[in-house]
Design a protein around this ligand. Structure first.
Ligand SMILES: [Zn+2]
Length: 207
């Protein structure tokens, strides 16, 4: 039975002087507004954590980095946090947002290649999000078994964690429409709730 849920909020990198130090994880729109992936990841992740804390005391919720901590902690550190807990009693969920060509939109969820214990968790979260995204005409681009080679660095946290592990790419922060949603507190709350429901459904099915 699962006892530990490790939430990981991707990236970070604002130093003490307010300088953004994680390259490639921000996007400036023509109107001058800049989207920071780490800020969005923490906003969604912090809310998922708040929902998970409503579960009964059987579950301990752990974060690799606090949602108020802007540091970009190393991938190996994030994995070490997860691997402190027994693999058979732990889930690892890494929360990210995507960037591609400013046109792509939608949700992606990743596990490592092949059939693993992570697939059921990924499917449960995808199933919880799908109807909500359908209403918004957002695509669910799932990839439940294969990796996309240009995301190898992010897959590190999936490869090296011993427990079931998934990585969510909630929306594309370099797309103006997706970014507008990511700035909307109602959307963030609804999306976080769906992610929570997906996790909760998995826990209930695996009691
Ligand atoms: Zn990311």
């Amino acid at each position: 039975m699962i006892k530990y849920i490790v939430l990981d909020f991707g990236h970070g990198g604002i130093d003490e002087n307010g300088n953004y130090t994680t390259r490639g994880k921000k996007h400036t729109f023509p109107n001058g507004e800049t989207a920071y992936e780490d800020v969005i990841n923490r906003r969604i992740g912090g809310m998922v954590r708040a929902f998970l804390r409503m579960l009964d005391d059987d579950y301990t919720i752990i974060t690799t980095v606090d949602e108020n901590d802007p540091r970009d902690l190393s991938l190996s550190y994030r994995v070490r946090v997860a691997n402190q807990y027994p693999a058979s009693q732990t889930l690892f969920i890494s929360i990210h947002n995507n960037a591609f060509n400013s046109r792509a939109r939608g949700f992606e969820i990743y596990t490592t290649r092949g059939v693993t214990r992570s697939d059921a968790l990924a499917e449960s979260i995808a199933n919880a999000i799908e109807p909500f995204y359908k209403d918004l005409q957002l695509k669910l681009r799932y990839d439940l078994s294969d990796g996309d080679k240009d995301k190898e660095a992010e897959f590190y946290v999936l490869r090296r964690t011993a427990c079931p592990a998934v990585l969510l790419e909630c929306l594309f922060f370099d797309n103006a429409e997706d970014f507008a949603l990511l700035k909307d507190p109602e959307f963030v709350k609804d999306l976080s709730w769906r992610i929570f429901v997906g996790i909760r459904n998995y826990l209930e099915a695996n009691r």
